[in-house]
Design a protein around this ligand. Sequence first.
Ligand SMILES: Cc1ncc(COP(=O)(O)O)c(C=O)c1O
Length: 341
Amino acid sequence: MIDLRSDTKSLPPPEMLQAIMDAELGDDVDGEDPTVNALEARCAELLGKEAALFVPSGTHGNLVSIYTLLRPGEELICHRLAHMYHYERGGISAICGALVRPIPGDYGTLDLNALADTLARGDLHRCRTGGVALENTHNNCGGTALTPEHTAAVADMAHEFGAFLHIDGARIFNAAAALDLPPAELAAPADAITFCFSKSLGAPVGSAVCGSTEFIHKAREARKLFGGGMRQAGIVAAAAMWALENNLPKLPDDHRHARQIAGTLNSLPGIELDIRSVQSNMVYFSVIRDDINAPQLCQRLLAHGIKAKSRNDQLIRFVTHVNMTDADVDSICSALAEILT
Ligand SMILES: Cc1ncc(COP(=O)(O)O)c(C=O)c1O
């Protein structure tokens, strides 16, 4: 089966499993796992930060970051379609005791006028804005890449106000590949950044949080508080390290595959697709036809050996990933043309 539902669906190849077998292990809660220590050092280096922390998931990394930086009763401003706002079980409210204030913006950016209007000092009635969060690439907006200029503009406004900037960079390496820039340049204006090994990088488990040494020290305490201290975590860190070395350079292929699929879809009748949003490994499109809707298209694709998921009667998101070959993408395009022509 070819799985277009998410890049989280990729499976580890034998070489990655061998790296797990070969990993040197220790108790990471006590900082004694050499594989985790090497991975954290590599993450900090790649993102241009002083230190990094290996965490179990992207949700965990975002929560640890916000818990460390925000005080209860403060608010976090983020995009109205942010993953942190919609799909993380309301952890920022439930666990950090903070308010999430969503604002609009095109293609995953934050509307700077809306940001200026929303930053709140906390008069008697409103809670103070403690932080601002960006998402890069922005999943719900199509996998769009935020430029360093936009990130710097948001960071300047937040910092001038005394608030921090956190980046949910679950797919920050996709943004870097899309913009052809080093990831450190995209992370530079941020006080904290989370990224995931278990998405486009194709590892089975894990994410990293990066920032200053002081921030990571506190984040490590928060990780323990949330039950995210893992013992011989080198088992999964070895896969993450293998992914950084071997899968990271392949991200431009995933983007090329997404563009090819988007090009095919755009040539088919009754498909609405904003080609400007196709910047990384995602293709969002709507099926606007009388004869077939989005769930039915996914059902028909299954007969071609392709797994896909609709969001509602019209909207579908395809995600390309490291398990997909050029031949797979040709098959996807042929199947789409056959069903929709
Ligand atoms: C942008 C973004 N942030 C965070 C997450 C959460 O990651 P996890 O599923 O590892 O908790 C996801 C998951 O898909 C995501 O797409």
